[in-house]
Ligand binder design. Sequence first.
Ligand code: FAD
Length: 397
Amino acid sequence: MSIQEKTALVVGAGIAGASICLALKKRNIKTILIDSDMGPALHASGNPIGVVYPFLTKHKTAESEFSLNAFLYFLSVWEKFQLQDLVPHANGIYFLMDTGSSYDRYSHAISSHQIEDQVAKEEMEPISGAKALFFPNGKSVSPVKLTEEIVSLTNAETKYNCQLLTWEESEKDSKILCKTSQGEIQCDYLFLSQGYQFSDDPKSNWLPLKKVRGQILKIPEQSPTNSFGILYGDYLTAPIQGHQVLGATFDEFKLEPEPRPEESESMWKDLCERLPKLFSEWEPLNPRLLQTRVSYRTQSQDRHPIVGKLPNLSKMDLSVKYQNSLRKDGKKIKIPYFERVGILNGLGSRGLTHSLYAAEILVSSVLEEESPVSEKILKSLKPDRFLLRMWKRDQLT
Ligand SMILES: Cc1cc2nc3c(=O)[nH]c(=O)nc-3n(C[C@H](O)[C@H](O)[C@H](O)COP(=O)(O)OP(=O)(O)OC[C@H]3O[C@@H](n4cnc5c(N)ncnc54)[C@H](O)[C@@H]3O)c2cc1C
């Protein structure tokens, strides 16, 4: 059976699932995309506007290298499919370096990552007058439209109001049997991208992922206002279709879905302090009365995405102990996998920037193709890193 005759099931129609569908489409694999909700991008990927830019560190790390590559990959997909004509957006992101430590970190990042001027350069942000990194092709973008457009580029068969309930590898053939709320689906490959609802799946809920609450404010477009997104810890997006977004709060402990007026007020106060010139030109607004949206990121223990084949914990030989494996003739641990099941999760606060590239890495790994990234980056993304950590600490029994 050629690869093109195989079927993949993708679970979750957020930006992660959409990105996986695009990577599968590139390989002409028949794809079914399901979501338990009534449409795509209704959860973490459902904010009115988000920002796209890379995470950088002073010196090159696997994480910063991945993020920069992911940003460049995002831009290449954006251009290839002419998403500028389809997705509401504004180009340009200023990342303020207005403290000594942020200046030290980000100004060095440019040289240590050999970033070219057309990708990012040091430039004064005109409203605050602060030193900043300017990403001319960074974006304020509609995540909902971005997700929808990516899904429509893929020709995936979509099934909404369709929840994955359980899945098993078939013993008699190489199929995966998936029970959903709309009946059974048999597939050759399964890709899991359920966002914060990952914990409903007993085969992946051992992963150290956390649900993290975030709140944003939707502000009617002000005049005059910033035409580029500005990041200063929080972010104020450029206006798109008559609105700007001020985001985002972060709470990993209390997760209630109701908006918190005091959080809106505090974000607003911060904005006024960081960008006083901008604020002084706006009509007075009461932040407590602005539209608010609460949603949930999924964050891994090391804040790096989880991308790769899913380890099969139930088949791991736990009689092999870490201390013994270090001995000269000691038995080495081997990680068993669900060979045709991949996971893309833990996208944290940068899912828009990272998901297209992460999906490409994931699909190439599950299909056993040559990896588009170095071994170092691959290792930093695989779910295995947590399993090995838990095994070393004897936390698996
Ligand atoms: C407040 C806030 C602000 C953010 N701002 C930015 C930003 O500016 N820039 C940026 O890059 N990132 C930002 N992020 C992060 C980004 O939004 C996320 O990383 C990204 O949306 C995660 O996408 P996802 O597809 O993994 O999850 P989701 O969008 O949550 O998608 C998961 C989908 O899986 C479905 N699902 C779950 N379980 C099942 C099941 N059993 N069966 C079928 N379907 C199922 C859900 O219905 C959901 O649609 C922000 C996040 C938050 C919370």
